[in-house]
Design a protein around this ligand. Structure first.
Ligand code: GLA
Length: 715
């Protein structure tokens, strides 16, 4: 019997295992990543011992490794594309050392290529409590010639032969997280983003599933890159029937040129697998993101109900209007008032002002102090919108420093929304922003910054070199510095809604603005895509006006609020325009959100599809669930199908109660539905899981909320 501890590195978590086959003269081979294997389950033979040499093949078999490289026997996509003035274009790791950082859970693989003079270090960690595998890679040039790097995978992950489909997310401004499902074939599936920030149209992650998997069961895998810049991912079929999944930064030509001793460190990849389908993958991601969030005072405080002025009044800011809005907000039970775009020097429209981060005294003759104080006196936090990385050509800053915009000599500057991007890689630019934003944070009682980024990067050069990754790093550094100096301030990441949603920005911010589209029907789909990767407490979700500004569609206040309720709830409309009934309805929802936010924001999320235009999601724990049943379209059945609840405990009895924001005007259509509302209905978990919860008929664009708890929870 061989000594398995020497032959393998087995990373373990509660539900997952990752197994590498080790040798000291090559990169570790991927043997397994999937559901947890018991100790003693690893075979005695090596991978190659179970592979015969096929015809027309190398005598030297080169299977998938943790770091497969081009040119010396590996014919798949390379984890590294690099050269030194056309030389050292082929690499092979021939030295390998394993350093356990935490036995069974985290290790560093240190590999060397003495011919190409490279050192590669890959850190892998499999967190026992989250089931999420974290991988990052560092490449160091040990040679004297400059190493040009075109691609360095942050992670190379193996997918089993059962993987059949990949769900990825595309979209645009106002329509983020459009899910598309693609069959994996004998070829390469690939997504790339070259927009300079995370992007609306190519989310840096995906979910792959076996054909039998669905939302609740079966084998699914997920991965996402924790990075807010350019990125690429590919899934490639391999000749042994497996796939490799690579994720990393997309590098511009010439962007990374390593001198002697210099290194390239990739961002991290978060990856997980589950036998509980896509919801199992989401559960792992939610736990991992929660463990990486950095809250003021260490713990997440209850997510305050906010009001944002943008869709309420846009650029039409007047102190008197804002005072009235603040008073109405406090009266409605709102806890945070966020003054959006339009408050600073020269910013009367989106044509001017970005860069001039001081209060426009022509609008606020006494500054923002009185408004902030009024807001605080009403018992609300004060928040402020900024867009630090941007500059309008029509601004004092640009007139003084046109060279501060990202640019390429002799190329025209391309504006988007009339703005250019500041070159944050210049220390004087970051220092200027720190000074200006710092003055605001020092002078005003700001508890919350909404940090926007309203365009893609073009001509992103700095001193003649590509500046994409350095720009992202500089933005992170600025956020980190602000967090460190003003640790109580929370930050919301926004980029025209959801253009910068990723696990990298969420290590330094506290929520994202999910989309500029607040149409509740559109939001159902957007939020379901979001929740595949991120937990609900960081999902900015507002009640907007009706008709919705982005789509022109109208929905009831109840439906708009029910769609926003699971996220970080807020309001984005002019409260002064609501009639009494609408105000009362909204107040009811604000109270309901406050009553349930702890449950919503600490629990697991299950997304499900009912029949006949019903989508649902459950939040909480298996014994204590809040279930949102959204009916998107009109009924085509006479009686609604029962709602199957696969996550409940089949050995327990549950009480089902309908939760409402206000007394309903409509009588229920059958005795059981009355009971849901009055005293609750007891149903066995096995019945709920197998036969399902009877649902009342409803009109389109309505939501019912059920609180489903075991009787133990009630006692
Ligand atoms: C972006 C944001 C909006 C709002 C505007 C202000 O579009 O996504 O929420 O802040 O900018 O200009």
């Amino acid at each position: 019997m061989t000594d398995k501890t020497r032959q393998y590195a087995h990373l373990k978590s509660r539900h997952c295992s990752a197994v590498l086959e080790l040798s000291d003269h090559e990169a570790p081979l991927w043997r397994y990543w999937g559901p947890r294997l018991p100790d003693g389950a690893l075979p005695d033979f090596s991978l190659r011992d179970a592979r015969a040499t096929p015809t027309f093949s190398l005598e030297e078999d080169v299977p998938l490794s943790l770091f497969p490289t081009f040119g010396v026997g590996w014919f798949g996509s390379s984890a590294l594309l690099a050269h030194r003035e056309g030389q050292d274009f082929a690499q092979a790791m021939t030295g390998c050392e394993i350093i356990w950082l935490k036995q069974d859970h985290a290790l560093r693989v240190r590999m060397t290529d003495p011919v190409a003079s490279l050192v590669v270090e890959i850190d892998l960690g499999l967190a026992p409590e989250t089931d999420v595998l974290t991988v990052s890679t560092k490449l160091t040039n040990m040679g004297s010639g400059v190493l040009d790097v075109q691609w360095l995978a942050a992670a190379v992950l193996p997918l089993p032969t059962q993987a059949k489909t990949v769900r990825s997310y595309t979209g645009r401004h106002n329509s983020e997280f459009v899910m598309q499902e693609t069959a994996l074939t004998r070829g390469i599936w690939r997504r790339e983003n070259r927009r300079g920030l995370t992007s609306h149209d190519a989310f840096p992650g995906a979910v792959t599933s076996a054909s039998a998997a669905d939302a609740h069961s079966g084998l699914s895998y997920g991965a996402q890159l924790a990075w807010s810049g350019n990125h690429a991912q590919l899934i490639e079929w391999l000749e042994d029937g497996r796939y490799q999944w690579q994720l990393g930064e997309w590098l511009a030509p010439g962007e990374v040129r390593l001198g002697l001793g210099e290194s390239l460190q990739t961002p991290e990849v978060l990856a997980t697998c589950s036998l509980a389908g896509r919801n199992g993958v989401a559960a792992g991601f939610h736990k991992a993101i929660r463990s990486r969030l950095t809250w003021p005072d260490a713990e997440m405080s209850p997510r305050l109900v906010g009001i944002n002025t943008w869709e309420g009044v846009y650029f039409d800011l007047k102190p008197s209007t804002l005072f009235e809005m603040a008073a109405a907000a406090a009266e409605a039970g709102i806890e945070r008032f966020v003054l959006d775009d339009g408050w600073f020097q020269g910013r009367r429209s989106d044509r001017a002002g970005l860069g001039d981060w001081w209060t426009d005294l022509s609008v606020f003759p006494e500054g923002l102090g009185p408004l902030a104080k009024y807001v605080n006196d009403l018992g609300m936090d004060f928040g402020l919108w900024v867009e630090p990385e941007m500059i309008n050509p029509d601004s004092e800053l640009f007139r003084a420093h046109p060279e501060w915009a990202l640019q390429i000599a002799d190329r025209p500057l391309l504006t988007a929304r009339n703005q250019l991007v500041l070159d944050l890689t210049r220390p004087e630019v970051s220092a200027y922003l720190l000074d200006k934003i710092g003055s605001l944070l020092d002078d005003l009682p700001i508890a919350y910054l909404k940090w926007d980024h309203n365009r893609d990067l073009t001509t992103a050069g700095s001193l003649g070199r590509p500046a994409y990754r350095r720009q992202t790093q500089a933005a992170y550094a600025l956020m980190d510095e602000i967090r460190q100096r003003w640790p109580k301030v929370e930050i919301e990441a926004c980029a025209g809604g959801g253009g910068r949603i990723d696990a990298g920005v969420l290590q330094r911010t506290h929520r994202v603005w999910t989309s500029d589209c607040i149409d509740a029907i559109s939001r159902v789909a957007i939020q379901r895509g979001f929740l595949q990767f991120f937990p609900p407490e960081v999902m900015g979700a507002h009640v907007g006006a009706s008709p919705a500004h982005s789509t022109g569609r109208s929905q009831s206040m109840d439906f708009r609020a029910a769609v926003a309720m699971p996220g970080h709830f807020g309001v984005e409309l002019d409260l002064r325009q609501l009639n009494l009934a609408e105000s009362e309805t909204l107040k009811g929802w604000i109270n309901l959100y406050k009553a349930h936010r702890d449950q919503l924001h600490h629990g697991q999320v299950w997304l499900g599809e009912g029949d006949d235009s019903v989508l649902w999601q459950a939040h909480g724990q298996a014994d204590d669930l809040l279930i949102f049943v959204y009916r998107l379209g009109p009924m085509t059945q006479k009686w609604p199908s029962n709602l199957i609840l696969p996550m409940v405990d089949e050995d327990k009895v549950y009480r089902v109660e309908e939760v409402r924001a206000r007394p309903s005007l409509h009588a229920a259509a059958a005795p059981v539905f009355d009971d849901y509302r009055s005293k609750g209905v007891d149903l066995h978990g096995a019945w709920l899981a197998q036969q399902g919860l009877p649902l009342p008929p409803r009109q389109a664009e309505t939501c019912l909320i059920y609180w489903v708890r075991t009787l133990d929870q009630l006692s």
